[in-house]
Design a protein around this ligand. Structure first.
Ligand SMILES: NC(=O)C1=CN([C@@H]2O[C@H](COP(=O)(O)OP(=O)(O)OC[C@H]3O[C@@H](n4cnc5c(N)ncnc54)[C@H](O)[C@@H]3O)[C@@H](O)[C@H]2O)[C@@H](O)CC1
Ligand SMILES: Nc1ncnc2c1ncn2[C@@H]1O[C@H](COP(=O)(O)OP(=O)(O)O)[C@@H](O)[C@H]1O
Ligand SMILES: [Mg+2]
Length: 274
């Protein structure tokens, strides 16, 4: 197993060309946030915007609209029950994030099926939170394309069938190959299973153990893959950045709040851009 290091940041984070515009940095759609878990998709969308994604749209329950825009006026909104609009948005996107706070009921399942049915092989699709739990429990076709699953250990148990105590690197690699996808297995010192290599994140702190921390990571992976060309490095750099910022904040804070990671992103990324 390789150890992920700070080098991945300078390898990935690029100085922006003068002659670029919002379209240069990806069109990302984030779908999730039912009436109970609106905060999850707001945190994911915030992370995508602050990571620098060019054009961001949030597909969520209409009850989340005013808090979404009060927190994040940069994002656009679609009612995720509007199948026609959601399908169009997803098929026009470069990058899709689905699952933060989506929930697990029949309506959540319908939204997930609509999203996955409209993705295509040219896109990067990040599958997080409830979307992973739903895929483990129901037969929903997964699309072609560059798929990135971001389970915590229990979500990985549900999806892979490997019990938490038995999630060895070897066992995880076997299932990763069957999925033909990237797996970001989140825990203390997360593991990233790409199509070619396995990495361990050597940093990270229990100050990150707070609800919404993974929703934020999903949005960051979306923001990084939307704008940086090498998709594998973009995932690795997002995972590293997430915990590197948390460690910096944890030097003077007992707990790090997910939205603080997002707020720190623009200045942190500027330090590594080249
Ligand atoms: N403010 C919000 O709206 C929030 C919404 N959330 C959403 O809530 C939905 C359910 O996600 P949850 O993860 O809370 O619930 P889950 O039921 O999917 O997972 C939690 C269960 O997994 C177990 N577990 C074992 N190892 C773990 C590990 N390494 N990390 C985390 N849990 C581990 C826990 O003990 C618990 O029983 C997701 O869609 C998520 O995005 C959460 O992110 C919390 C914040
Ligand atoms: N003790 C810890 N050390 C390092 N990282 C942690 C720790 N606890 C949680 N994290 C990180 O916080 C995130 C939690 O993700 P997740 O469980 O999906 O949260 P949520 O769904 O509430 O947003 C992961 O990136 C995980 O690696
Ligand atoms: Mg989560």
């Amino acid at each position: 197993m390789l150890t992920l290091s700070e080098d991945i940041l300078t390898k990935t984070i690029r100085t922006r060309p003068d002659n670029s515009y919002k379209g240069t940095y990806g069109r990302i759609v984030l779908v999730g946030g039912n009436a109970n878990f609106g905060g999850a998709i707001i945190m994911a969308s915030t992370a995508a915007v602050y990571a620098g994604a060019g054009l961001v749209t949030t597909g969520t329950d209409t009850s989340n609209l005013s808090s979404l825009h009060a927190n994040l006026p940069e994002t656009m909104f679609v009612n995720y029950y509007d199948k026609v609009k959601l399908s169009q948005l997803v098929s026009d996107a470069t990058t899709v994030v689905v699952g933060p706070g989506l929930g697990e009921d029949f309506h959540s399942e319908e939204v997930l099926a609509t999203v996955l049915a409209n993705t295509n092989a040219d896109q990067t699709v990040i599958i997080d939170g409830s979307a992973i739990t739903l895929l483990a429990a129901h037969k929903i076709d997964t699309p072609a394309g560059n798929l990135i699953y971001t389970p915590h250990e229990m979500e990985w148990q549900r999806l892979s069938g490997i019990k938490i105590g038995e999630q060895t690197v070897e066992a995880n690699q076997v299932v990763q190959k069957q999925f033909n996808a990237t797996i970001v297995l989140k825990k203390h010192h997360s593991e990233i299973y790409t199509k070619t290599d396995t990495y361990q994140l050597p940093i990270g702190t229990p100050a990150q153990a707070t609800g919404g921390m993974g929703d934020t990571l999903a949005g960051m992976i979306g923001g990084f893959t939307a704008q940086f060309e090498n998709q594998q490095n973009a995932v690795l750099a997002a995972v590293y950045t997430h915990s590197a910022i948390a460690e910096e904040l944890a030097q003077s804070q007992y707990v790090v709040l997910p939205h603080q990671i997002s707020q720190a992103l623009p200045s942190f990324m500027k330090r590594y851009a080249n």
